[in-house]
Design a protein around this ligand. Sequence first.
Ligand code: ZN
Length: 348
Amino acid sequence: MRQLMLILLLVVLWAPFAFAGLCKPVNIESRHTREAENLEGESFATAVSSLDGTADYIGSRSYNAHVLACNRKRDTMGKKIEREIGSDHVFAGSLDARLVKGHYNYFGNIITQQKYMYRLERVSGNWIVTIPAEFHFPELKLAKYLDITMPLAQRLGIDTTICATTVKSKGKTTRGLVPKSVSNGIWVFDTCRVDRDETFTVNGQSKDIKDWYMEYWKELIQSHWSRAGFELRFQAVNLGEVDAGDLATYNKEGIVWHVRLNMNANVIPRYKSNPFFLHPIYSGIDPAGVVHEFGHVLGLDDEYPSTECVPLGGADYIMCDAFSLGGDNQKGVYPWIVTRRYMGGKAL
Ligand SMILES: [Zn+2]
């Protein structure tokens, strides 16, 4: 029933409001083209990916201008940014921490506005973005188990053992392979079901599966979004990584990302809950999906549909193609958007 209602809601919202005139070529002004040119000089754009040595963080200038223009239109802070800083604005090399919060409005209506929130500071020319995250493991369904993506299973050394076959009990999968055929085809990797309280040992280190899970997310997000000039710090509240004093402030200001996981491979991931999906992310989400969804936490909007963004030049952009996970797909235009918002942030 809930899914049916969501479908109805999406149909109602999508049809009249899709893009809602927020993302038309006519919105690309000279300042966006100028900013797209300027961002090419930033170290986060000229950097080399430490993951795979690729170095095309710049991408396409015209596509970057398009992304910038769209984001400013959709960002509740967009007008303020464009009023207060020019396209040639240069930030000081060291800046005190601020909390940046806002919403971006993909459809042009208030109901589907998505919140973004992060801590932003700059030290010796390097931007630092901190995101405190609290994981909520699936409680509604299959609460004794946890589905994990196969690359994580591989890391735990169980991909060819536990995860190679499916164990069923009374028609229900209780352990092992959860083939991607049961999903709607959006997952690249199969997933593997393990016990929620299981302990796994890797290189002599034994840890609870939940800890391995959270550490995997942290590493995925940090390694894909960080590069020279732009450091991403993902701090898991559950792992005790957030200083108690900071946590009180983050909670008060509402900047903790609540990662609410589910056990339904058929649910298309959304980074944040809504009344229809209280737990909107499948725990077995692909690595690329984690990195893409995280882009939304940074206030980056979808550049979908791919039939529109790919021809414009977005093929290697993580917010256009959510399934490509090359080392440099987190293009320089994204840190540019994220850091321009410093002037709208609130002092810590
Ligand atoms: Zn998305």
